[in-house]
Design a protein around this ligand. Structure first.
Ligand SMILES: [Zn+2]
Length: 338
């Protein structure tokens, strides 16, 4: 915020007259980002005629400030010459916080899907291998377990920190009957060497629908509408065949780069496309595992990384930014107290 030079001068005078003689006052007046430094900076942009008088006024204040504060006393002194503390000074306003970018995206997803009549479930972060893997069609020796670098709590007992939000698919289906429309936002864990695109703690949203006659067309429509709502604009998606043990067919979904409209830029690494999520039709074996009859009902499921969406939407290049406690990083994001 730029303040006019007159405002700065008034503030300087106020402190010279009423302020306490202290290190704080010294910093405030004479510090690197102090009032005098800022006033001199403003001076440069003024016309020559104004500059002379204001310059003089500033020099005079600077001399007085140095005279009064030059020795940087660390305790309040009693002599009458000294500045004194005025308890009637109004305090500074406390800054109001706002949501973290991960929270903003989760809220947008929840808001879209609740309008579509989905339930929101959360589940526990400590899971068993049975729910995290076995019932999702990933038996013990299955190579897909390798892709999930797991943080085990107790390997013998099969307890772990969930590697994805998919175990809640099983937990919800096992306790309810179709039709079901559910999303599961939550934190997940991987045993990862962290770098700009890998974190050992991040967030996912799992979504699934099970009812009679669900098809890939329903999946495509739902994801297209959800992503348009999250990015707040028209989007183009590309569906590629892929492999996940718990879906069949499985799809990898790419978004036409929203920063270069598919022409190629640094964000999409010149490809025009951004890998955005995995999805598919729930595997018949998974439906059987929870006691459903795959001949009667079918379902689709998708899992999306929240940080991935936030990185694309806000052009964040390092996933580790989300875990920093540095306010300068998170203060850049819009979405005041949503
Ligand atoms: Zn691009």
């Amino acid at each position: 915020m730029t303040q006019s030079i007159q405002t700065l001068l008034d503030e300087i005078d106020r402190i010279l007259t009423h302020g306490v003689r202290s290190e704080y006052a010294t910093e405030l007046l004479l510090g690197k980002e102090g009032l005098l430094r800022r006033a001199y900076h403003q001076l440069k942009s003024l016309p020559q005629t104004e500059r002379r008088n204001l310059g003089k006024a500033l020099h005079e204040r600077e001399a007085r400030a140095k005279n009064l504060l030059g020795s940087i006393p660390t305790v309040i002194q009693k002599d009458t010459e000294a500045l004194y503390f005025d308890p009637t000074f109004p305090g500074g306003a406390s800054p109001i916080g706002h949501r973290h970018p991960v929270g903003i995206i989760i809220n947008e997803i929840v808001s879209f899907f609740t309008k579509m009549n989905f339930q929101v479930r959360e589940g526990t972060e400590i899971e068993t291998a049975e729910y995290n893997f076995d019932l999702l069609n990933i038996p013990p020796a299955h190579p897909a377990r390798e892709a999930h670098d797991t943080i085990w709590i107790n390997r013998q007992k099969g307890t772990l920190l969930r590697t994805h939000t998919s175990p809640m698919q099983i937990r919800v289906m096992a306790k309810s009957k179709p039709p079901l429309r559910v999303i599961v936002p939550g934190r997940v864990y991987r045993y990862e060497a962290e770098d700009a695109t890998h974190a050992s703690v991040f967030h996912q949203v799992e979504g699934f629908v099970v009812q009679q006659g669900t098809t890939v067309a329903n999946l495509k429509w739902t994801l297209h509408a959800a992503l348009e709502s999250i990015f707040g604009r028209d989007i183009e998606l590309r569906f590629r065949p892929s492999y996940f043990p718990f879906t069949q067919p499985s799809l990898e979904i790419d978004l036409a780069c929203i920063h270069c409209e598919g022409k190629g830029c640094t964000i999409c690494k010149q490809t025009g496309w951004l890998e955005i999520l995995g999805a598919g039709m729930i595997h018949p074996q998974v439906l059987k595992n929870v006691g459903y009859n795959p001949a009667r009902v079918s379902g689709f499921a998708f899992g999306v990384g929240i940080e991935r969406l936030a990185m694309i939407k806000y052009k964040i290049t390092d996933i580790r930014s989300f875990l920093t406690p540095d306010r300068f990083v998170i203060d850049q994001f819009p979405g005041v107290l949503q």
